[in-house]
Ligand binder design. Structure first.
Ligand SMILES: Cc1ncc(COP(=O)(O)O)c(C=O)c1O
Length: 377
């Protein structure tokens, strides 16, 4: 008899496989699928990812400069292109200064731990993005998760004494629901209690100017806004905009900035071109918001609910298997839609998260609403 001794690696592989099977059994196992069909799922809201101006400018930058940055910005990775784009991003955001990160994830992971610690209190919306949640956790600050959009709960939380600094953290357009944070009311609540407001504009940047902070004229009433370059701007990266002292503090202490290779310098050219396109082609955002209204109206006519107002339209179906079935039915009709399941969204609220994009024709949005109505009835 041969006694096959399994190595620790083989044992662990078997353990992982069992866990993966368990995910499959609960309709929660993820896989990769290449883009196919009409794009109603990407965050390329305005169609800038394929825009000739961005591609051309990034190509030129690659031909003229190095491919890679060479290191952390604090070492040899800093290039003139970063200074130029940060100045422009700050002005675009209506703030004195901006610091570029490799992604929104990195920006949010770096921001809170750089400015908050054990003696501080952070109030965080219950539906905030995972990167905000992880940033708060890493900071070590005491955390109060307030019910989604609930300004009264924010006020109540801020009344609690004992904290050195108090922060309120929210998305401006919620990424899975397409609804809008009451930024003016949150700014008021924060001011009443001497707290600092931080706004993640990931899904607002490019659609509402630099974001809803700017659209509402709240630039001086927030501590910082976080903007991503990988969504409506069509490239990648992210920046934190705020006072110069905040930028300089992040440069010292944001670990995702300090201990990470700077983005490709060509990213600066892409972001620069994206801002040019936003200025030259404002119809793109106008159209996107109009189309979002069109799709919501058509979904309601088809007997479905379509909450929210931004170009993110959630079709909440509840169960994981049901969300996958709706995804498959709509994919079969030529639409690229994907089911969003826990833990990305709360248990029992699996959904299709439709993104309305400027390049999608009105007729396709109407056809989608009809197909979704038929599938769900
Ligand atoms: C609200 C929010 N913040 C931050 C991020 C992270 O940004 P990025 O994709 O650039 O890492 C995302 C995107 O996934 C997001 O939806």
């Amino acid at each position: 008899v041969s006694l096959a001794v399994r190595s620790p690696r083989q044992d662990f592989e078997a353990e992982l496989s069992a866990e993966l099977w368990d995910l499959s059994a609960r309709w929660l196992r993820r896989g990769l699928r290449l883009p196919a069909g009409i794009d109603l799922v990407s965050n390329d809201y305005l169609g800038l990812a394929g825009h000739p101006a961005l591609r051309e400018r990034m190509r030129e930058a690659l031909l003229e400069g190095p491919a890679g940055s060479g290191g952390s910005r604090l070492l040899r990775g800093h290039h003139a292109a970063f200074d130029r784009i940060e100045e422009r991003l700050a002005a675009f955001s209506g703030q004195p200064a901006a610091l570029l990160f490799g992604s929104g994830w990195a920006a949010n992971l770096g921001l809170l731990p750089a400015i908050a610690g054990r003696d501080d209190l952070v109030l965080s919306d219950a539906l905030n993005h995972a990167s905000l949640i992880d940033g708060v956790r890493l900071s070590g600050a005491r955390r109060i998760v307030y019910p989604h959009l609930d300004v009264q709960a924010v006020r109540d939380g801020l009344r609690q004494g004992g904290a050195r600094r108090r922060f309120v953290v929210t998305e401006s357009v919620f990424s899975m629901d397409g609804d809008l944070a009451p930024l003016r009311e949150l700014a008021e609540a924060a001011e009443e209690h001497g707290a600092l407001l931080i706004v993640d504009e990931a899904h607002a940047t490019g659609l509402y100017g630099s974001g809803r902070v700017e659209a509402l004229g709240l630039q001086q009433r927030v501590l910082a806004s976080v903007h991503t370059g990988g969504k409506a701007l069509g490239c990648a990266g992210a920046w934190v905009a705020g006072p110069a002292a905040l930028r300089d503090t992040l440069l010292q202490r944001a670990r995702s900035f300090v201990f990470s290779t700077a983005p490709l310098p060509a990213l600066c050219a892409g972001l620069d071109a994206a801002l040019d396109v936003l200025a030259a082609e404002p119809w793109r955002a106008v159209e996107c918001l109009r189309k979002a209204g069109l799709l919501r109206g058509a979904l309601r006519e088809a007997g479905l609910t379509a909450p929210g107002e931004a170009p993110i339209v959630p079709l909440v179906v509840g169960g994981n298997a049901a969300a996958l079935a709706l995804q498959d039915a709509l994919q079969a009709e030529g639409f690229d839609v994907r089911a969003i399941r826990p833990p990305t969204v709360p248990e029992g609220t699996a959904r299709l998260r439709l993104t309305v994009r400027t390049p999608v024709a009105d007729a396709d949005l109407l056809r989608l609403a009809g197909a979704a109505g038929r599938s769900l009835r």
